[in-house]
Design a protein around this ligand. Structure first.
Ligand SMILES: CC(C)(COP(=O)(O)OP(=O)(O)OC[C@H]1O[C@@H](n2cnc3c(N)ncnc32)[C@H](O)[C@@H]1OP(=O)(O)O)[C@@H](O)C(=O)NCCC(=O)NCCS
Length: 271
């Protein structure tokens, strides 16, 4: 178990607490069902239904579910010939979420289980600075591509780009490198899908940031890579902008003035 927790990137300071966690008998059936739901979904692309751990679950319930599912995702990646190092790299996102939980809430635990289900479906990979998730194009983004005259539309395969925390500079060079890695990785290991389109749905693509951030901003440089498709109400910025920073003050002032932040969606063609 220790080796698995280290593979999941669980912060060292939390390892003893996870090892000491026991699933109470009242939750043992539910725990087995959660593990089965996850391992049974390996290799699937559609997002799993959102479920939360039981209210009385121990703080590291989700980590134990993920630890039990590690062999299944490893076996699936192996069938595709994906190097073990790639599997380990994406699985460390579990530990990243434990670290993020401590920063946000000031106590140990994990509360982003739904986000991490895709990791155990085996359909997201970290390639350099960015993570790439295998998805199918939704109606709005797919229609935006079609209207641009491109031969892609709703239901076609695409890679959804995610920006993990604690992964170093977000420079244009780092993004170029990531995109080039994705353009090589997916045809090699997922040649049965035609991944030409990348999409992103994030607070980083809120057009209102243009005007708030400096012109030298990495976020704006990233935003400009995408053709904007649409925006939806989104609280992402509230979760991802660190308290006590200048940007946090600006974000709050915008809300105090009666405005709201959005999650922007856009697409680009892979290099
Ligand atoms: C993506 C990320 C690395 C970009 O950071 P960056 O490279 O510093 O971005 P920019 O160059 O555009 O930053 C412009 C300014 O905003 C600040 N800023 C950027 N992201 C910030 C954040 N999350 N919290 C607080 N301030 C932030 C920068 O420090 C900089 O401030 P300055 O002008 O006083 O120097 C950073 O926002 C981050 O780590 N976010 C968390 C992950 C995330 O949001 N993922 C997307 C989830 S949908």
């Amino acid at each position: 178990m220790l080796a698995t927790l280290l593979e999941l990137g669980i912060p060292h300071e939390d390892i003893d607490a996870v090892l000491a966690t026991k699933i109470p008998p009242s939750l043992s059936e539910r725990f087995a069902a959660d593990v089965e739901a996850l391992t049974g979904s390996v290799g699937t692309i559609d997002e799993l239904p959102k479920t939360s751990p039981p209210e009385d679950a121990p703080a590291f319930y989700g980590v134990l579910v993920f630890a039990a599912a590690v062999p299944a995702v490893k076996a699936y990646h192996a069938t595709r010939g994906i190097p073990e190092a790639m599997t380990r790299l994406i699985l460390t996102d579990v530990g990243r979420q434990v670290a993020v939980h401590r920063r946000r809430h000031g106590r140990p635990g994990i509360d982003t289980e739904h986000w991490l289900t895709r990791h155990f479906q085996g359909r997201i990979f970290q390639l350099g600075r960015l993570q790439f998730e295998q998805v199918t194009l939704g109606t709005t983004t797919g229609t935006s591509l079609r209207e641009a005259g491109l031969p892609y539309g709703p239901g076609d395969p695409a890679l959804s780009i995610h920006i993990p925390e604690y992964c170093g500079p977000f420079t244009p060079e780092a993004i170029d490198d990531s995109l080039a890695q994705a353009a090589a990785f997916f045809p090699r290991y997922f040649g049965d899908y035609d991944y030409r389109v990348a999409v992103c749905h994030s607070w980083l693509l809120d057009p209102q940031l243009d005007g708030v951030l400096p012109t030298s901003s990495n976020i704006l440089a990233f935003q400009r890579r995408f053709t904007f498709s649409h925006a939806t109400a989104g609280e992402g910025i509230m979760r991802f902008v660190a308290a006590g920073t200048k940007l946090h003050e600006t974000v709050q002032a915008h809300v105090a003035a009666g405005n709201s932040w959005q999650s922007g969606s856009g697409w680009m063609l892979l290099p």
